[in-house]
Design a protein around this ligand. Structure first.
Ligand code: FEO
Ligand code: CA
Ligand code: CA
Ligand code: CA
Length: 541
């Protein structure tokens, strides 16, 4: 058997020299075994990649189903009995005694984002024809967020319906006032949607990030589009903000325009040397930017929550220039480039943040998903999930180090902490979370249509991984969980004592072509329609 030059280059490039020597071996394709590390995983025996329609966790851990789509919340909202929303994403746990400084690890409130509907399951829309008003209302009602009351009794977590603070946020309600410069143009908006990941503030509120708001005016996502009945497009300027919600209901909900408008993934904060609140944020789209917001005022621990939240209303928004290692201010009074680009005032800059970042020549990067601040050294880890425009199919995690360890400053350096691929054992890093020892928890998001196919074949279903950041296993990925068919494990969040990991199982069965051919029946089994849900995992020591 002879080899063409092209075949030779392919094989040589992949390092399979044996194929050249052994004609029989040439018939089989070169293989890429996952090179997962043999070192010591932090506190568990890793699970294997799996294609099973099940949530798998290591032996010795317990999974409690806390709340799933359609579960009754035991409260009435503006349109009747409220239900837990669809496609659970970000989760933040608030100890029930948070406002008096308590850290109750066994009873609290969960804020949960509900990112987007799957019309097949939610409204029965099959992707062709015009949506009815009832279908659009069903879809609007299933997104936004939920505040639910949860409790651990006898070692088992459960949802307590009808809690004092239990309520829903949907695409229709409540009203949000818009703070900061864009509030002069758009003072108030109704509802929130596309709520992806988020954060928890030092004053015990949740930040919920509006991400792919543009999908609701188009048919790109499962034939979404809510303008079929009214003929009216959503005013996209009402979405794409960081939304602040007080789970305890003391403070009114707000959208903070000073943090910019784009496909917000999440927020991660740090206090600077003069007490300014620094909030890091990614824009999850191909060739978009990494941002940080530096508050004008300083954090005062003894101030009221209403006073503390004002930190998010005024400050400087920066976009990152990775080539120069500079944070570029998106401030009309400081930037000639913004004035030359025709931005008329600071509200205009914030409403069109992406265009402003492009005008100052920030660096387009590979879909920045979650970012998190390392609890021990203050450096920022950013998941760049992938970028098909550049053939980056596996993504990477970047570590950003502020000059002089000063997050209020305007200079930084960076390195690649982990490159996705068979050599590291994970692909498409997305949600990040640090435990207090500094281990990085990484939820992977291989798109459901690509799971188990092509370059993603060895990885199996999407999983959750633990990557130590120091010691002999630093940078090695250990798999902690494997999700059901088509699902992504999102929103990981530890209780304060780290005995419980809350986790969302998002979009199980998303690739189902019809209700007769569902690809997942998680969590109910049998022939059930799959239901996105929040689980609590215990067994940590
Ligand atoms: Fe909704 Fe960027 O993930
Ligand atoms: Ca994400
Ligand atoms: Ca996170
Ligand atoms: Ca993703």
């Amino acid at each position: 058997m002879s080899y063409s030059r092209r075949q030779f280059l392919v094989y040589a490039g992949l390092g399979t020299y044996a194929a050249l020597r052994d004609p029989a071996a040439a018939a089989s394709a070169p293989e890429f075994p996952l090179r997962r590390r043999k070192g010591k995983a932090p506190g568990f025996k890793p699970v294997s990649p799996s294609a099973e329609d099940a949530l798998r966790v290591p032996d010795g851990f317990r999974v409690d189903l806390v709340a799933a789509w359609k579960d009754p919340l035991g409260v009435a909202g503006p349109s009747g009995a409220e239900q837990f929303g669809f496609n659970a994403d970000f989760i933040a746990y608030f100890p029930v005694d948070s406002l008096t400084g308590g850290k109750n690890p066994n009873e609290g409130l969960l804020w949960v984002n509900h990112e987007y509907p799957n019309p097949l399951f939610v409204s029965g829309y099959r992707g062709t024809g015009t949506k009815t008003e009832a279908q659009i209302l069903a879809e609007k009602a299933c997104v936004g967020g939920s505040v639910i009351h949860v409790k651990r009794e006898g070692g088992r977590w459960r949802h307590v319906p009808g809690g004092k603070h239990t309520r829903r946020f949907t695409a229709a309600y409540p009203a949000f006032s818009v703070t900061g410069p864009a509030g002069k143009v758009i003072p108030q908006v109704y509802g929130t949607l596309a709520n992806c990941s988020g954060g928890r503030t030092p004053w015990s509120t949740a930040l919920s990030c509006e991400e792919n708001f543009q999908d609701y005016n188009s048919t790109a996502l499962f034939g979404m589009r809510w303008s079929d009945v009214s003929g009216q497009q959503l005013d996209e300027r009402h979405y794409g903000w960081v939304v602040e919600v007080d789970p305890f209901g003391e403070l009114p909900p707000m959208k903070h325009s000073a943090l910019g408008r784009f496909s917000h993934e999440n927020t991660a904060w740090r206090l600077g040397p003069t007490g300014r609140l620094v909030v890091y944020m990614g824009d999850d789209a191909q060739d978009q930017y990494l941002y940080k917001f530096v508050s004008a005022g300083s954090y005062r621990a003894g101030a009221s929550r209403a006073e503390q939240r004002k930190l998010l209303t005024e400050g400087t928004l920066y976009a990152a220039d990775f080539a120069a290692g500079k944070w570029l201010p998106l401030d009309l009074s400081r930037s000639k480039a913004l004035r030359d680009a025709g931005f008329k005032d600071q509200a205009d800059v914030l409403i069109r943040t992406r265009e402003a970042a492009a005008a100052v020549k920030a660096t387009p990067i590979d879909r920045p998903e979650d970012c998190e601040v390392h609890p021990l050294d203050g450096t920022l880890y950013v998941a760049l999930t992938n970028n098909s425009k550049h053939g980056n199919v596996y993504g990477q995690i970047v570590r950003v180090v502020e000059d002089g360890d000063n997050p209020e400053g305007e200079g930084f350096r960076f390195e690649i902490f982990l490159a996705g691929g068979p050599q590291s054992g994970l692909a498409c890093p997305d949600n990040l979370l640090f435990d207090r020892k500094g281990n990085l928890w990484v939820g992977c998001d291989i798109s459901s249509r690509s799971v188990g196919k092509g370059p993603y074949e060895p990885f199996g279903n999407n999983g959750l991984f633990v990557v130590p950041t120091s010691g002999p296993s630093a940078g090695d990925a250990f798999q902690f969980a494997s999700g059901p068919a088509d699902a992504e494990l999102t929103g990981p969040w530890f209780s304060e004592n780290e005995e419980t990991l809350f986790l969302s199982v998002q979009h199980p069965g998303e690739e189902s072509p019809s209700l007769d051919k569902m690809t997942s029946h998680w969590p109910d089994g049998g022939n059930a329609v799959p239901r996105p849900a929040v689980v609590a995992i215990t067994g940590f020591r």
